[in-house]
Each structure stands twice: as C-alpha cells, then as structure tokens.
Write a protein that binds this ligand. Structure first.
Ligand SMILES: Nc1ncnc2c1ncn2[C@@H]1O[C@H](COP(=O)(O)OP(=O)(O)OP(=O)(O)O)[C@@H](O)[C@H]1O
Length: 252
C-alpha cells in the first residue's frame, strides 16, 4: 500500500484549432492515503481523464508534482495499474494467460504466475472461465478480467477510468460490489473516475468533485465496507451523500 500525492498539478494543451494553449488542469492538490479508495467526479471536460493520464505517466504535467510513496512520477511504471472503459484483452490468449501476462513480464516463473492468476480469477468469481478466450466471455466478464489483470501486477496504485461505463446496469452493480469486496481484501490505493454519482459514493472512502481543472470540494464517505446495493439503496446516509455530491457536481 502506497500513498499518492498530487502537488499543484497543472496541464495545458495546445489547441490546434484555436492556435492557442488551453488550461485543462489549473491547480490540483490531492493526497490519497495508502489503501484509500478515492472517486473523482465532475462535469464533462473538467479534467478527470487528464489527471488520470498524468498519474499513469502517459501525459507529462505542465507544472506541479506527482509522488507515489514520495517518489516522483516521470512516466508509466508497474507501480501504477490502469483500467479503462474500453481496453483490449489479448484475444489470442486465454483468460488465465491474460491475467498471468503482467507477472510474466516481471519475470515470474510459469508455475508461480499461473498460481497468481488463478488466485485473482477466484477472487473475481472467474475460475470457471480460466481456459476460455476473451471472445467467449460476456462484456461484464471481460471487464472483470481487465480489473484482475491489473491487480495481478500488484500495483501500488490502481487507476480506473470509467471501467464499468459500457456494461448494462445490472452487471455494473455486480461489478461495483465485487470491486468493493476485492478492494477490502487487497487494500490497493485506488483512484476511480466516473460520471456516475451513485457509483462514486458506493465505491469510495472519499469523493473528490472537480470543476474546470480544480478541486471544488471533497466529501468523506464513512459507510462501512463491503458495500451491497440491496442495503445501501434505501440507506439514508448513502442517499444524503449522493444528493450532496450531485448538488456539487451540478454547481461545478
Ligand atoms: N489532447 C488534447 N488536446 C487539447 N485539449 C485537450 C486534449 N485532451 C483534453 N483536452 C481538453 O482538456 C479539458 C479536460 O479534458 P478531460 O478529457 O481531461 O476531461 P474529462 O473530465 O475527463 O471529460 P469527460 O468526462 O468528458 O471524459 C477539456 O477542455 C478538453 O477539451
């Protein structure tokens, strides 16, 4: 478990159409404690994906600093795992081989990496699908494989950009419940980006609301884990927090 610190982060892009610089991230400072689950929400264009790409090391920052456990980030690295909304599993590899791929790249021997992959597949309720190929899985199952493939690399920080946006509502709720359960077991530090306020509150210890490239507010979510939709749907505290976050996003 490692901390993630963003210090006065800034990002400007060159807009070729306007022929000028646009500021996507003005000044974002954020400390994510080791093992904390932070959701980031905000209106379209407020800079969520830009922040995630900078933390992943895919985009250079224009100013400020990103520190993982005190070490500055200068590019992608195995300490940070990334799961996107649409991502590619290797179609020519089985589910087991997909999940074992990261450990293989780290030089872990065959028996050990298969054991690691089987452990994670079990965690995600996917043991029965180990020998199948991605095109033999439903969208929700592929998404789950994507999540455990990232986890099998033992990242210190897991970065998730709307990973469940393209699955149906029912599957999405199941994936959210599984993610909170897996997170509770592994306690990986997580940043989760979403447009969905209920999803943000359901998953996180803390919700960060972004507005036009800066942090508008942060809202603690002191609900116990693991979380289940059946219980939370009617929970007054959950409903109150969701309403508060929604109000902030709408004012952002
Ligand atoms: N490659 C780019 N070149 C120029 N401008 C960009 C680029 N990528 C993003 N932007 C601009 O930066 C701002 C933030 O974009 P970003 O994609 O981070 O927002 P977002 O909050 O993730 O949006 P959404 O919720 O719609 O995905 C927007 O104004 C966007 O137009």
């Amino acid at each position: 478990m490692k901390s993630l610190v963003l210090k006065n982060l800034q990002k400007t892009y060159f807009d070729p159409y306007a022929g000028s610089q646009v500021t996507a991230i003005r000044d974002v400072s954020l400390t994510v404690q080791p093992g904390e689950f932070v959701s980031i929400v905000g209106p379209s264009g407020c800079g969520k994906t830009t922040i995630l790409n900078m933390v992943a090391g895919f985009l250079p920052a224009s100013g400020g600093e990103i520190l993982v456990d005190g070490q500055p980030v200068h590019g992608p690295g195995p300490d940070r795992g990334v799961v996107f909304q649409s991502f590619a599993l290797f179609p020519w590899k089985t589910v087991l081989e997909n999940v074992a791929f990261g450990p293989k790249m780290r030089g872990v021997g065959r028996a050990e990496r298969e054991a690691i992959a089987r452990e994670f597949l079990e965690l995600a309720g996917l043991s029965h699908a180990a020998d199948r190929y991605p095109n033999e899985l439903s969208g929700g199952m592929q998404q789950r494989v994507g999540v455990v493939r990232a986890l099998a690399n033992h990242p210190d920080v897991l970065l998730m950009d709307e990973p469940f946006a393209s699955v149906d509502a029912q599957t999405r709720m199941t994936l959210q419940e599984e993610l909170t359960r897996i997170w509770q077991e592994r306690r990986t530090t997580v940043i989760f980006i979403t447009h969905d306020v209920a999803e943000a509150v359901f998953l996180a210890n803390r919700v960060v609301v972004l507005s036009k490239g800066h942090v508008l507010t942060e809202i603690e979510v002191p609900l116990p884990h693991p979380r289940r939709w059946d219980a939370l749907m009617e929970d007054e505290q959950f409903k109150g927090l969701s309403a508060l976050v929604l109000q902030k996003v709408r004012s952002a």
